[in-house]
Write a protein that binds this ligand. Structure first.
Ligand code: ZEM
Length: 290
């Protein structure tokens, strides 16, 4: 049969420009909806991207950002994911506007956008995640527990295939956002500019005297000078452990190296377990908004 058959529907193949439109819409909403937390949904979007990716297990190839399985009750209700509905709901209008994008691609793209819009490094990104059903949900316990020490941190991140240096670089994301007592039980921001991506987390970790906070919540640390900042036990493990600490020192001194290493590790995180049909050279670098 020749000509325009009404039975043939063209599949829409999005281009880099289409993904940039998604980026621009997330960036626009970040500015528009500034009446939240410290003035930005950016940090919680970064956390959504990380928690959707950080379930990856390199031995079985399961988990990771591919299925966007946090949409389903078993995974949405894992303790570690408390509060991330806020981020998923924030992105629903974007999904409605660009229904062709998978949730996995949308959540990771939004994480990359949030880092760039917060003044962080470029996060080259590529599409390819396909949404899966509830049967692909990962078991509880794959994400790190902030109350634990460096052995646990290594167990969790080695399972995903990260090195010590990559672990420290990734934890620098704690320059962004804060802990919420009704989500994790912990409380407070890590630095004084929680909506700006910097190497401040490392500077404060080394530069302040951190003491156990006296309160009824879970054990966390507070800075002795302002008593308004916090560190989690897992954050403190980065200066207790000699191998970790040398990278903390490097990143506290050298912001450019931190930005580069963070970008590399975050790109790797967002791509764990994704069955790409494109190549690393095909990654897009999105244009950051003015
Ligand atoms: Zn976090 N993180 N994280 N993290 N995280 C919190 C908040 C944020 C750990 C952890 O338990 C917690 C990475 C690694 C690890 C962000 C990004 C990244 C909170 C507070 C906790 C308890 C949650 C709350 O109450 O709202 C642990 C134990 C980690 C590893 C050992 C990595 C890797 C990240 C990205 C690359 C971000 C941006 C936040 C702030 C969220 C917000 O809502 O402000």
């Amino acid at each position: 049969q020749k000509g325009d058959s009404p039975l043939v529907t063209k599949t829409f193949v999005p281009t880099k420009e289409d993904y940039q439109k998604v980026y621009d819409e997330v960036a626009r909403l970040l500015v528009e909806k500034d009446d939240y937390d410290d003035g930005s949904y950016g940090p919680v979007l970064v956390r959504l991207a990380w928690h959707s990716s950080g379930t990856y297990d390199k031995e079985t190839g399961t988990g990771g950002s591919n299925g966007a399985t946090m949409r389903f009750a078993p995974e949405a209700e894992h303790g570690a994911n408390a509060g991330l509905k806020v981020a998923r709901d924030f992105l629903e209008p974007v999904k409605a506007k660009f229904p062709w994008i998978s949730y996995g691609d949308l959540w990771t793209l939004a994480g990359a956008c949030a880092i760039q819009e917060a003044g962080g490094p470029a996060i080259p990104w590529r599409p390819g995640r396909q949404d899966q059903d509830v049967s692909a949900c990962t078991p509880d316990g794959r994400l790190p527990d902030a109350a634990k020490d460096q052995r646990h941190v290594r167990d969790i991140f080695y399972r995903m295939g990260f090195s010590d240096q990559e672990i420290v670089a990734l934890l620098g994301a704690h320059a962004l956002g804060r802990a919420h007592p009704d989500r994790s039980g912990f409380d407070g921001p890590w630095d004084f500019s929680p909506t700006v991506f910097t190497n401040e987390f490392f500077k404060l970790l080394l530069g302040e005297k951190w003491v156990h906070r006296k309160w009824s919540g879970p054990d966390q640390f507070t800075d002795n000078s302002s008593k308004s900042l916090m560190m989690l036990p897992t954050d403190m493990s980065l200066i207790k452990d000699k191998e970790f600490k040398k990278y903390v020192e490097l990143y506290a001194k050298d912001n450019d190296t931190f930005f580069k290493d963070f970008s590399d590790a975050f790109v790797k995180l967002l791509e764990l377990g994704v069955p790409f049909t494109n190549k690393p050279e095909d990654r897009f670098v999105f244009k950051t908004s003015e």
